[in-house]
Design a protein around this ligand. Structure first.
Ligand code: HEM
Ligand SMILES: N[C@@H](CC(=O)c1ccccc1NC=O)C(=O)O
Length: 282
């Protein structure tokens, strides 16, 4: 008898009536019935398209959960906790990035065979994606309009729009620690997109040049740069995936498609953290 067979005979729970089970705990009844292709007859590849998006939404759910805690810990000056959380966020972002390889096995001809069923739906309407963009500082009140048809979602997004984002909280933390953060970055209308402030440059220059003295701040700066780079890599790979699947067609959400996605690559979350690189040592 193998060890595994002995284990099975000795202790594995086989009478699961009325007990907590794997599928019960994970609500697999709901999770695994939520893939409902609309093409008729069902197109083989529509399941890939649905699963890819659902997995992305699940990872985004975790990212939001983590970023919420990260900003809350920053508010009470617990930078260590924030750093640990961001390390996890980065790993989730890696998953989201790697995931594109699966969708890239979908060819243009296969996608066009079921694209029609998507109607005017588009990733543009992803509440969780927009929430992450807002928490990271790319605020845009116009995006609320997309959620007019779903008032609770719109209200939730408005709350995120009007609250300080992760970078805002970091700058406020730095101010509390005695760094010379300009007043206009400690208090402002948080619903406005983050705008670069040149007076922050000497603040970060000092942190980088005296890193032994400001190690936690320095570490946080680098974590933020990592998060931003991972986000940009996701945007880039989305754009390249879209380019190879639909070329330069317009998007179902009404945008110009690839041209729109390319423009989004110019967006920056934490501009001064990249600017500081240019002035170090001078
Ligand atoms: C065949 C695959 C895909 C195609 C052809 C595609 C195409 C597009 C296009 C053309 C847009 C611009 C908005 C529009 O006019 O619709 C867009 C936006 C978007 N897509 Fe996709 N997409 C694909 C897969 C995905 C996947 C897997 C995700 C993961 C969640 C995703 C998330 C998004 C998001 C969040 C936006 C909004 C981006 C922004 O506002 O900057 N897309 N997509
Ligand atoms: N915008 C895509 C459609 C699309 O990709 C999509 C449609 C419904 C749900 C999610 C989607 N993914 C990303 O935009 C297109 O123009 O083909």
């Amino acid at each position: 008898m193998t060890d595994n067979q002995r284990d099975l005979e000795a202790g594995i729970q086989l009478d699961l009536n009325g007990r907590m089970t794997y599928s019960g705990y994970l609500r697999l009844d709901q999770l695994l019935t939520a893939q409902q292709p609309l093409s008729q007859p069902p197109h083989h590849d529509e399941l890939l398209f649905i699963v890819q998006h659902q997995v992305a939404e699940l990872w985004m759910k975790l990212i939001i959960h983590e970023l919420k805690l990260a900003t809350a810990r920053l508010r009470v000056d617990d930078l260590d906790a924030c750093l640990k959380i961001l390390a996890r966020v980065k790993q989730v972002q890696r998953q989201l990035f790697e995931q594109w390889a699966v969708l890239e096995t979908l060819t243009p001809s296969e996608y066009l065979e079921f694209r029609g069923v998507l109607g005017e739906s588009s990733g543009f309407q992803s509440l969780q994606y927009r929430t992450i963009e807002f928490v990271l500082g790319n605020k845009n009140a116009q995006m609320l309009k997309v959620f007019e048809c779903d008032p609770p979602a719109q209200a939730q997004l408005r709350e995120v729009l009007e609250a300080p984002g992760l970078y805002d909280e970091f700058l406020r933390y730095l101010a509390r620690r005695g760094h010379a953060v300009p007043a206009a970055r400690v208090e402002r209308d948080w619903s406005q997109p983050y705008q670069r402030h040149d007076d922050l440059l000497p603040v970060f220059k000092r942190i980088y040049e005296e890193r032994a003295k400001f190690w936690p701040e320095y570490h946080m700066c680098e974590q933020l740069v990592d998060v931003e780079e991972s986000f940009q890599l996701w945007r880039f790979r989305h754009m390249k995936t879209v380019e190879r699947i639909i070329g330069h067609r317009r998007g179902t959400g009404g945008s110009s498609g690839v041209a729109f996605l390319k423009k989004a690559l110019d967006l920056e979350f934490f501009p001064e953290l990249l600017d500081v690189r240019t002035v170090l040592g001078s």
